[in-house]
Write a protein that binds this ligand. Structure first.
Ligand code: SAM
Ligand code: SF4
Length: 459
C-alpha cells in the first residue's frame, strides 16, 4: 500500500521535469492557483522551482488572494497542551527522545491537567491540541482518552485535536468515541532512507506503519485527519511534492483529503545536535512553501504552530495560514511553570515566540485579520466530506464569518486587555461588513448585542 501513497522515483521524476518549465508555464500555473482550482503535485513542483523576485511576488499575491477568498481574514486560534514527554522512540531531531537523559520527564496527573486547562481557559482558549510522546504506559490510549475526558469535563474547552503516535484501528476507535476534533500525525519526512536515519529505534522507526496510520484512523471512523512534514530533515521540494501526493491519495482513496496540513519547521532542542539536521529551510523558502501549499489545496487548513518567530508569523498569515497557536508552551506543565527558571528542561524544543496570547491576538487584528475561537463545524458534526463539500461551495463564508465574529466578541468581553479590546472592536466593525448575506449580517448584529449583555456560546 505504501507504494500507492509515495513512490519516490515518481517524485524525483516530477521534480526533474519541473526544472524544464518555461516562464509562461509557471505563470499559467500561478493563475490556475489564483483561481482557487487547486494544483496537481506536478504543477506544485513547477512552482517549487521559482526563485526570481518577480515570480515570487506573483506567487505570493495569488496565495494572498486565495486565502482571502476562501478563509476571508479569519485565523483560528488554538494552544498546544503537552501531557507527557515520556517517549520510547529516538527521533534524532526531538528533545523528548528516549536517549536524551538531560530532559526532565513528566506526565501530568488528572489534577495537573485540570490546572493547565483552567490557565488556558483564563487566557481565552477554546481549542486545544494535545500532545504525548510514545510510551506504553503513560501514553497508552486509555490514558489519552482519560486526558480528553478530563479536559472536556473541566470547563469550556470545545474542541480537542490530538497529536499522538501512529497506532492501530482499535485504538483509533477509542479516540473517535472520545469525540476528538482532528487527529494529526506528521510523516516528518516522506524520504524513506532519511526517515530510517532519523528514527533509529522504537516503534516509530517503521516507515510503512507510520505512513499508513491515516488509513487506519479513517477505518476507525476518524474523518478529520491532519498530515504534515517536519521541514529540515530532507530536501523541502521532495517533501512538498510527497505531502501533496499523500493528500491526493487520501482524497482519491479515502474520499476525503486532509482536513489540515501542518508545516512545522525544525527548532533547536535540548540535547539535539543541530549538525544532524541536514536540510534546514530558510525563511524565504519557507514562505514559498506555505504559499505553494495554499494554492495546491485551497480548502485544506494550514496550521502554523509554535515554531516560528513573531515577525515570521506576521508574514505567513497573509500567505495562507488559517490556524495559529497563541501563547504556546512546549513543556509539560509549562503554563503554570512559565516563570520558573528550569521550565525549559522539559520542553520538546525551544519556542521562539514568547508573546502572551493577548498580544498575539492584538497583533493579528492590527494586521487586518480576525482571530476566531469558533468550533461550530465540529460541534454540528460538519466534519470530513460534509465539511469539504460545504467549503467548496463557498457557502461556508456565511457560517464562518458570523461565528468567528461572535466568538471573538466573547473573547474581547471576557479575556482581552483594554488595548486589545479597543483594537478588536474596530476589527469586529470592519469584519461585519464582509458578511456576504445581509440577513446573516443582521442576525450577527443581534447576537453581538446579546453577547455584550452577558450571554455566551450563541453560535
Ligand atoms: N510523539 C508523537 C509523534 O511523534 O508523532 C506526537 C507528538 S510530537 C510531540 C509532535 C511533533 O513535534 C512531531 O511530529 C514532530 O514533527 C515535531 N517535532 C519534534 N521535534 C521537533 C523540533 N525539534 N522542532 C520542531 N518540531 C519538532
Ligand atoms: Fe517521541 Fe514524538 Fe519526539 Fe519522536 S517526535 S521522540 S515520537 S515525542
Amino acid at each position: 500500500m505504501t507504494e500507492q501513497i509515495i513512490n519516490e522515483l515518481e517524485i524525483y521524476d516530477i521534480l526533474e521535469r519541473a526544472k524544464k518549465a518555461t516562464h509562461e508555464e509557471i505563470e499559467r500555473i500561478i493563475e490556475k492557483g489564483r483561481a482557487a482550482l487547486g494544483l496537481t503535485p506536478k504543477e506544485a513542483a513547477v512552482l517549487l522551482q521559482i526563485n526570481d523576485p518577480e515570480l515570487t511576488e506573483k506567487l505570493f499575491s495569488a496565495a494572498r488572494e486565495v486565502k482571502n477568498r476562501i478563509y476571508g481574514k479569519r485565523v483560528v486560534i488554538f494552544a498546544p497542551l503537552y501531557i507527557s514527554n515520556k517517549c520510547i522512540n529516538n527521533c534524532v531531531y526531538c528533545g523528548f527522545r528516549a536517549s536524551n537523559k538531560k530532559l526532565f520527564r513528566k506526565t501530568l496527573t488528572r489534577q495537573e491537567i485540570i490546572e493547565q486547562v483552567k490557565i488556558l481557559e483564563s487566557l481565552g482558549h477554546k481549542r486545544l491540541l494535545i500532545e504525548f510522546g510514545e510510551d506504553p504506559h503513560d501514553a497508552h490510549i486509555d490514558r489519552v482518552v482519560e486526558a480528553i475526558e478530563t479536559i472536556y469535563n473541566a470547563g469550556d474547552i470545545r474542541r480537542i485535536n490530538v497529536n499522538i503516535a501512529a497506532t492501530g484501528v482499535e485504538e483509533y476507535r477509542k479516540l473517535k468515541a472520545a469525540r476528538i476534533g482532528t487527529y494529526q500525525l506528521f510523516q516528518e519526512t516522506y524520504h524513506r532512507e532519511t526517515y530510517e536515519k532519523m528514527h533509529p529505534s522504537g516503534p516509530k522507526s517503521d516507515y510503512d506503519y507510520h505512513l499508513t496510520a491515516h488509513n487506519r484512523a479513517f477505518e476507525a471512523g476518524l474523518d478529520d485527519l491532519g498530515i504534515g512534514v517536519l521541514f529540515g530533515l530532507y530536501d523541502y521540494k521532495f517533501e512538498v511534492v510527497a505531502l501533496l501526493k499523500h493528500a491526493e491519495y487520501m482524497d482519491k482513496v479515502l474520499g476525503v483529503g486532509p482536513h489540515t496540513i501542518s508545516v512545522p519547521r525544525w527548532r533547536p532542542a535540548l540535547g539535539v545536535d543541530k549538525s544532524k539536521i541536514p536540510a534546514l529551510v530558510s525563511d524565504d523558502e519557507f514562505k514559498r512553501i506555505v504559499a505553494i501549499i495554499r494554492l495546491a489545496v485551497p480548502y485544506t487548513g494550514i496550521i502554523l504552530s509554535t515554531r516560528e518567530t513573531a515577525e515570521d508569523r506576521d508574514k505567513l498569515i497573509a500567505l495562507g495560514v488559517s490556524q495559529m497557536s497563541a501563547g504556546s508552551c512546549t513543556d509539560v506543565g509549562g503554563y503554570s511553570n512559565r516563570l520558573e527558571e528550569n521550565h525549559i528542561y522539559s520542553s520538546q524544543f525551544d519556542n521562539p515566540d514568547h508573546r502572551p496570547p493577548d498580544e498575539v491576538i492584538r497583533r493579528i487584528c492590527e494586521l487586518g485579520y480576525l482571530p476566531s475561537f469558533c468550533t461550530a463545524c465540529y460541534r454540528n458534526e460538519r466534519t470530513g466530506e460534509r465539511f469539504m463539500k460545504l467549503a467548496k461551495t463557498g457557502k461556508i463564508h456565511n457560517l464562518c464569518q458570523p461565528n468567528a465574529i461572535l466568538t471573538f466578541q466573547e473573547y474581547l468581553e471576557d479575556y482581552a486587555s483594554p488595548e486589545t479590546k479597543a483594537v478588536g472592536e474596530k476589527t469586529i466593525k470592519e469584519q461585519l461588513e464582509l458578511i456576504p448575506d445581509p440577513k446573516m449580517k443582521e442576525w450577527t448584529i443581534k447576537r453581538l448585542k446579546r453577547i455584550k449583555q452577558g450571554e455566551r456560546d450563541l453560535n
